[in-house]
Design a protein around this ligand. Structure first.
Ligand code: ADP
Length: 220
């Protein structure tokens, strides 16, 4: 059996503690690090190990054996200097997968430049998702693939139920592709053209952002 990945999360703010908690609930080993003793006490019961340490102190990170973790998440947002220094040190120590949270675009650019493997913008991305969900309540998720392309999860509205994919004609009308259809935990990859939409179906659609936006407005 494959050995379960080990995760270290640095910064137990709202975002970091939520990541740590979710990974723990899924059964993964999680090391939580924060400079605040109080934060560490708050999360101690939900993670495997919780340690109070300053992540800008290279020796402290070495002593924690940080490079033995498969993935390290830098979840420090407010203190941009601490976030950048921590990322730099972790990169130098040779952490295999380094994920860093950015507070804004410039912060994100710096994190990319100094070698973060993945930079995330939780507030910006959640804001985009909420906006799409507001204009069309059938949009359940919205994931940006690039600046111009995204994937949306769109619930089949009442007027679509019973129609097959040829009748819906999303490719010709909007230039978007239905990649999969999810329903109640089941997923149908590459549905056939004669597939008829059923109650509870969620279409996973890929396309150019402006095409997806037109589709959202037309079909909502
Ligand atoms: P959020 O917006 O997700 O709540 P914050 O930036 O407010 O994130 O919180 C980041 C957390 O990181 C805080 O709990 C803070 O104590 C911790 N932190 C900040 N600097 C360091 C550091 N140098 N070492 C370890 N933890 C730090």
């Amino acid at each position: 059996m494959a050995v379960k990945k080990q995760y270290a999360i640095i910064g137990m703010g709202r975002f970091g503690s939520s990541v740590a908690n979710s990974l723990s609930k899924m059964g993964f080993e999680v090391l939580a690090i924060d400079s605040s003793e109080q934060k560490i006490q708050e999360v101690a019961s939900m993670v495997t190990h919780a340690v109070s340490a300053d992540s800008t102190d290279e020796e402290a990170l070495k002593a924690l054996g940080i490079r033995n973790f498969d993935v390290v998440v830098v979840a420090i947002g407010q203190d941009i200097q601490a976030s950048i220094l921590t990322t730099l040190i972790l990169k130098d120590l040779g952490v295999p997968m380094l994920v860093a949270k950015a507070q804004n675009e410039l912060h994100g650019k710096v994190l990319n430049k100094i070698g973060a493997d993945k930079v995330i913008f939780p507030e910006r991305d959640m804001g985009t998702r909420v906006a799409h969900n507001l204009i069309s309540p059938n949009i359940m998720d919205y994931i940006e693939l690039s600046d111009n392309h995204s994937i949306v999860d769109m619930r089949a509205s009442t007027n679509m139920i019973g129609q097959n994919l040829i009748e819906l004609d999303i490719r010709a009308r909007f230039g978007c592709n239905i990649m999969a259809i999810k329903n109640n935990g089941h997923i149908n990859i590459s549905p056939l053209a004669d597939y008829r939409l059923r109650e509870g179906d969620v279409m996973v659609i890929v396309g150019q952002n402006d095409h997806l936006n037109k589709l959202e407005l037309a079909l909502s």
